[in-house]
Structure formats: C-alpha cells, structure tokens
Design a protein around this ligand. Structure first.
Ligand code: PLP
Length: 371
C-alpha cells in the first residue's frame, strides 16, 4: 500500500507508488539481468498498446530520448532546432548533444507553450527541426503550420516529457504522427524511477534509436549472448532502459487511469480555489485533455511570494528559469521579452498525488495571504 503523507503540500513534486511496484521490482532483481531485457521489451509493448501506436523505443531518460530522436531523424551537425526557452534545460542540452544548435522561440503567456506563430517567427533557412515542449502536460497543436514545415523539410519532434497520457484533440500525445519523446523520471505522472521513450515515425527511425541507445550495436543483448562478435554500425550512447526501471513502469501503467483521474481532480481543485484570488493568473493546461504534471501561476513580486510561502513550509517552485539567459547557451541568445517576463513571475504550486483538494485550498489561501 502507498505510504500516507502528512502535510503533503510541503513537497513541490513527489512520486506516487501504488504498492505493486515492489513486487515487480523484486522479480526483476531476482532475474539477475539488469540491462535491457525482456521486461524492458514488455514495457515497450505495453506503452505502445496503451497509446495505440505500432512501436516505441524505451531509453534511460527523457533527455536521452530527445537526443536520440533528433539523431534518428537525421538532425545533426550544423542544423538548427527551434525550441522554447521556457523549458527544463534538458531540452536544450539534448539539441546540443545531437550536434545541432538551439534557436529560441517565445511562448504564449496563457499556456507557456509555443504556438504556430511563435515557431514561424523563429524559423530560419537553417532550421531542420522544431521541438515544441508540452509544458505542464498540455498538448501543442501545430497542425496549422505542418504543411509549411514539411515543405521546408523541417521535422517536428515533440518534447512530451511532461505529457504522458494527455490528448491532442481526441488523439493521445504520441499517436498524432509526429516524432514524440516521453520522460518517465522520478516525478513524472508515470514513473519508472528513471526512464524515457521515443515514438518513432517509421522503421528506419526505430532501428536507429534501438541501435543508438545500445552504443551503436546492431545486435540486441539476447543476440549478443549467442555470438562471438557484434557489429557497431553507428555512433551511439549508453542509454538503454534497465529491466529494473521497466518493472516499476509496468506496475505504474496498470494504475494509470487512477493517476489520470487524481491529477485532473487536483488541478481542478486548484482552479476552483484560485478562481477569485486577485493577482493570480492560472496557466491554462486544458485539463479536459491533459494529465497535468504541474499547477502553474504567474504572480507579481514572485521572489517575495516564493520566500513567504517557503517560510510557511509550502513547497513552491519556479519552473523554469529561461534558458536563453543561461551562461551555457549564451552563443544562441536572442531577446525574448515575453519569456523573460514569465521567468520573473512563474510560480509552480505543490502538485502530486499525495495531495488532496484540502491541500490545494491550504496552498491557495497561503498564496492569497502572501500576495
Ligand atoms: C520539459 C522536459 N524536457 C526534458 C526532461 C528530461 O527528462 P529526464 O529527466 O527524464 O531526462 C524533462 C524532465 O525532467 C522535462 O520536464
């Protein structure tokens, strides 16, 4: 059984275990095979079936999924990838690790997601891919610019690290036909402890991703165990998903409908509790179609409010400090006034499945008092 947590609002984010993760993990431990194996492949099939897609490639993290997906799609040295600055720094690091250059784009302040307009404003002659980030779990519909992007040979590769379980219209994120990357990290709606996955668009991408995650080798671990040799066909990294992580993910997936319901309910509780609080702009996550990964507001004097709430033991955060201002990415700086304003005002409220609607009310009241 999951352990009860008191004062759940003290944590900004936290994994939620249903209990049977332990049993599955013990079985995997007993198998003596901790690398990529049969349980990893079971996890791949189960997630692919859940999404209704023909194939899915499990990897060690969401960050690796992004790098591998770009490389598998043929994006590399000298190519430019349009990406929002308002994201976790992994998105940018993955673009650079793939050998490409980030070109920062603005977001819509109501959703903190890119739009067709903000993407096209950033696209140049050098752009070979765009990487929308599904901030907070919200799907990003770029269908209005798909034809234009395709005409210029520009790939759409989604950073859906936060969006497992969400829908774009009626279609699950991952099944919309674009190259999609998920994270199953510690605080994601579906956690493997650590993990990620790529939904490839075709067999060539799937093969490239499978080889790249296993340092470029063509043979699977099972095939290698029966052979005196192996063949390295491409440059790769060590990024397979361990059976131990896959076992946790399989247990979590069996409970995903509860996860979906609890997260939507908590977000709605926040929306109701914050509805009449002056000075709070709730970032719209399109809760009908989204499994929310965060509850995000914009407030003035964010740093003062953050300190006041922290002093009361409330686990607020600020996701994210804009990337175009980070020293490591200074070569690609361009002015982004909307993102900079969001970076000064963004506040993420405690959001995880140990919380109940009463916790959301406590946080909302404390936020109102702090303002
Ligand atoms: C938007 C975004 N992109 C990428 C990542 C990287 O995923 P991971 O932590 O599994 O490497 C995360 C999660 O941390 C994320 O939130």
């Amino acid at each position: 059984m999951p352990e009860p947590m008191t004062d759940a609002y003290r944590a900004n984010a936290r994994p939620y275990l249903y209990g049977d993760e332990r049993e599955r993990l013990l079985l995997a431990l007993g198998s003596g095979q901790y690398g990529h194996g049969e349980i990893t492949e079971q996890f791949e099939r189960a997630v692919a079936d859940h999404l209704g897609v023909p194939d899915l490639v499990a990897v060690s993290t969401g960050t690796d999924a992004l790098q591998i997906a770009l490389t598998a799609a043929g994006i590399g040295r000298g190519d430019e990838v349009v990406v929002p600055s308002m994201t976790f720094c992994s998105t940018i690091q993955a673009v650079i690790a793939a050998g490409a250059r980030p070109r920062f784009a603005e977001v819509d302040p109501r959703t903190l997601c890119v739009t067709g307009e903000t993407i096209m404003e950033a696209v140049t002659d050098q752009t070979r891919a765009v990487m929308p980030v599904l901030y907070g779990g919200r799907a990003v519909d770029l269908s209005s610019i798909h034809a234009e992007l395709a005409e210029h040979g520009i790939t759409v590769a989604e950073d859906a690290a936060q969006a497992f379980g969400s829908h774009e219209g009626n279609v699950p994120v991952g099944a919309t036909g674009v190259l999609t990357c998920f994270s199953f990290g510690p605080i994601k709606s579906l956690t493997c402890g650590q993990g990620g996955a790529i939904v490839p668009r075709n067999e060539a991408e799937a093969t490239a991703a499978r080889q790249m995650r296993l340092v470029g080798m063509v043979e699977s671990p099972a095939e290698r165990a029966r052979s005196t040799s192996y063949r390295v066909e491409r440059v790769g990294i060590r990024a397979h998903m361990s059976q131990l992580n896959a076992a946790i993910g399989l247990a979590q997936l069996a409970h995903f409908e509860e996860t979906r319901a609890v997260r939507k309910e908590l977000w709605r509780s926040y929306a109701a509790a914050l509805a009449n609080v002056p000075g709070v702009e709730l970032v719209n996550c399109d809760v009908e179609r989204t499994v929310p990964s965060m509850c995000v507001v914009l407030v003035n004097e964010r740093d003062r409010v953050y300190e006041a709430l922290r002093a009361k033991g409330i686990g607020v955060g600020a996701h994210y400090p804009p990337n175009h201002r980070q020293p490591a990415f200074s070569d690609w700086f361009r002015p982004l006034p909307v993102t900079e304003d969001i970076g000064r005002r963004v506040l993420t409220l405690p959001f995880h499945q140990h919380m109940a609607s009463g916790d959301a009310r406590i946080v909302a009241e404390a936020l109102e008092a702090a303002l």
